[in-house]
Design a protein around this ligand. Structure first.
Ligand SMILES: [Zn+2]
Ligand SMILES: [Zn+2]
Length: 61
């Protein structure tokens, strides 16, 4: 993590814990965590495995 990113997080209202909890939310459509989805909500899959659900919009459980 760069110092800039770190200071942005420290200056935001979110704690690191809340941020992590946010990104660990599971997707209702494909079951992957939010972190696996890109900025548009499309799931990019885990590791080298593409997402087979064709999920293109993250939806929290
Ligand atoms: Zn997925
Ligand atoms: Zn998904």
């Amino acid at each position: 993590m760069t110092e800039i990113t770190k200071s942005k997080i420290e200056n935001s209202e979110l704690s690191t814990k809340e941020l992590i909890a946010h990104f660990r939310e599971k997707c209702k459509i494909c079951g992957h965590h939010r972190i696996m989805h890109d900025e548009n909500g499309k799931c990019e899959g885990v590791m080298n495995k593409p997402c087979n659900s064709g999920c293109d919009l993250f939806s929290s459980e």
